[in-house]
Write a protein that binds this ligand. Structure first.
Ligand code: ADE
Ligand code: SF4
Length: 379
């Protein structure tokens, strides 16, 4: 009698062979009607996959719609100014994605006649095209037979194969993708990839998979062998996210606010915000506000009035922002201006791409009864 391992791997092969047809049949009936599926074209598929890589479908939809309305084609995106691209992406987070979309569009126009290259290897050469996006666009838009899967698909596959390692590690990920590659149908790779991710989003969810409704339950080792399939995939305990305390100054002069642009690379790159920075240990928020304003802009804040505190969470840390309003005498010469620092009216401010936390500060200005600059006070 063959040993257990051989038997198991034969069974896995048999299961794998049946996976494609079952998933595709399920997808044909349960495929959600999503905006990027209505009149799909490679550009729209690209934009949607970039959003979906870090954003859940329900959250991604409004951002997707706003973005493609504003930039309906690769040419339009390529012609845009970077600030306008960031503005259209505002709120979606991970702003490097928007900068890369913009750069890639320009390169596609310059080097590929305005059309996306049709295979994953060629796509990989473009800014922002990592392994997932390249494979997703190549398979979904152009039918290349290649596995494209993200957290949802990897979770399903880990359960199917009773994988106990962490899918975020490169070795485990490779193992899961190899398993999928052996199941990939020859000419329906895009639908297979989408079906698997969709199954993860709607049926094989992180905490409460609906195994009785699952089209591939009969092939699923977690379902057959575990009391609780949801214990997979393995999630290493996350260390606590650091928390930062930050002071922010809205410096106002003649109805304008002083804003500055963040460096191109790094967190929130290219977005505009008010001067400010971390509160040092033992330092009061007001002292930090005064110090940061002076260090960053050379401005001495005459008097700073607290306007409140806002909280914001990022993927790897959280912040509390202590907001202050400073009014500056307009008789003194203007503070340093330049491409990355400007005095703007509230109307001009509204056209700049800014982080969500900065919008919260502006909301405080209204709530705290502080008059919006340039507007008459109303009780
Ligand atoms: N998640 C990421 N890409 C997806 C797609 N194309 N369909 C469903 N879920 C997804
Ligand atoms: Fe996920 Fe359950 Fe389906 Fe297995 S049977 S793939 S655990 S939903």
């Amino acid at each position: 009698m063959p040993n257990d391992a051989a038997q198991r791997s034969a069974r896995a092969r048999g299961a794998t062979i049946r996976l494609g047809p079952k998933l595709l049949r399920w997808f044909a009936h349960h495929r959600r009607s999503l905006p990027w599926r209505v009149a799909p074209d490679p550009y729209r598929i690209w934009i949607s996959e970039v959003l979906l890589q870090q954003t859940r479908v329900s959250q991604a939809i409004p951002y997707y719609e706003r973005f493609v309305r504003r930039f309906p084609s690769i040419e339009k995106l390529a012609q845009a100014k970077q600030g306008d691209v960031l503005k259209a992406w505002e709120g979606a987070g991970y702003y490097a994605r928007a900068r890369h979309l913009h750069k890639a569009a320009r390169e596609i126009v310059r080097r590929h006649g305005g059309k996306l290259p049709e295979n994953a290897n060629a796509l990989r050469e473009l800014p922002g095209f990592g392994p997932y996006i390249s494979a997703a666009v190549a398979s979904i838009a152009f039918g290349e037979r290649i596995v494209a899967t993200e957290a949802n698909g990897l979770r399903v596959t880990a359960r199917l194969t009773l994988e106990r390692g962490d899918p975020r590690s490169a070795i485990v990920r490779r193992r899961l993708e190899e398993h999928l590659a052996s199941a990939l149908p020859a000419n329906r790779a895009g639908a297979f990839n989408e079906a698997l991710m969709e199954l993860g989003e709607t049926v094989c969810t992180p905490r409460r998979p609906s195994c009785p409704d699952c089209p591939i339950a009969s092939q699923c080792r977690a379902y057959r062998e575990l009391d609780a399939p949801e214990i997979l995939p393995h999630r290493p305990r996350r260390s606590r996210r650091p928390h930062h305390r930050v002071a922010v100054v809205v410096l106002e002069s003649d109805g304008r606010w002083l804003v500055q642009r963040r460096p191109e690379h790094g967190l929130l790159g290219g977005l505009w915000e008010f001067p400010g920075g971390k509160i040092e240990p033992g330092e009061s928020p007001a002292d930090a506000a005064r110090r940061e304003l002076l260090e960053e802009t050379g401005e001495l804040a005459p008097s700073l009035r607290p306007i409140g505190v806002v909280h914001h969470s990022y993927s790897h840390f959280s912040v509390e922002l202590h907001g202050f309003l400073g009014r500056r005498s307009s008789r003194r010469p203007p503070a340093v201006q330049g491409p990355s620092r400007r005095w703007v009216s509230p109307e001009a401010f509204a056209r700049l791409p800014v982080p969500r936390a900065t919008h919260k500060i502006v909301a405080l200005l209204g709530e705290s009864g502080v008059t919006a600059p340039g507007r008459p006070s109303r009780g």
